[in-house]
Design a binder for this molecule. Structure first.
Ligand code: 0O2
Length: 212
């Protein structure tokens, strides 16, 4: 496929990712400006690269015409939370919006993947406005804690390094690390109230200083 054609296909996804990142960042600001704790710590977005789309299409036997139909994560949003409890809050928040319609959900928090991967996935329909009128695309929203993100980032790099041939002892270590992440998230949850109080009073002080 020609590069110009790819650009035409991917441009709406670029706009959708940009818009969604702005909106989620705005939610963080709304919480913080109200002096509250934001269940969203940070948000990132990316459009899948052409080579990664082609790789996935080949792996899943998807023809080029079916790419938009069958690949749900061309647009990807990653929402990072401090605590596991925040994840459900973010899920509810997304469900309550009228600019994102839920297509499907996967709960890898309570149903950890074989690799040890944990995260909450939502596929949403999102409509953007183009010169040719509205276009609805799909986006994958991954919601996870900072600790889960640490694990997934390291594991993703190792997957990339070893492809299909990750040595068994490394896979075992990653599983052990994934269990440690569950314990870490539980421990952090047990001090969640304390941390939120501390963060709120820090922000209030910082706002007072900024106002002076
Ligand atoms: P990348 O490079 O992050 O874009 P799908 O392939 O999406 O149609 P699948 O594989 O059942 O169907 O979807 P799933 O399990 O919801 O996974 C989609 C994405 O979740 C992956 O995208 C990863 O980003 C992440 N993910 C899933 N499993 C793992 C895992 O074991 N380890 C890590 N680190 N991430 C995982 P891509 O396209 O595979 O990769």
């Amino acid at each position: 496929m020609e590069i110009q054609l790819w650009r035409e296909i991917l441009d709406p996804y670029v706009l959708a990712v940009d818009e969604m990142v702005v909106k989620f960042n705005h939610i963080i600001n709304e919480y913080r400006n109200a002096g509250g704790y934001s269940p969203i710590e940070q948000v990132n977005g990316r459009v899948k690269t052409i080579s990664s789309i082609l790789e996935k299409a080949q792996k899943k036997n998807i023809s080029l015409e079916d790419i938009e139909d069958k690949i749900d994560d061309i647009a990807g949003i990653r929402i990072i939370c401090q605590f596991v409890e925040d994840i459900n809050k973010v899920v509810d928040l997304i469900k309550s919006r009228n600019d994102m319609e839920i297509k499907s959900e996967k709960d890898y928090i309570n149903n950890r993947k074989e690799s040890g991967y944990r995260s909450y996935h939502m596929i949403v329909f999102y409509t953007i406005q183009t010169l040719r009128g509205p276009k609805t695309i799909k986006a994958e929203i991954q919601i996870r804690t900072l600790a889960m993100n640490f694990w997934a980032t390291v594991e993703h790099s190792l997957q990339y390094k070893y492809k299909e041939n990750m040595p068994a002892h490394i896979r075992e270590r990653l599983l052990t690390a994934s269990e440690a992440i569950i314990v870490l998230d539980q421990e952090m949850s047990s001090v969640r109230g304390e941390i939120m109080d501390a963060q709120n009073s820090f922000r209030i002080k910082a706002n007072i200083v900024a106002d002076i």
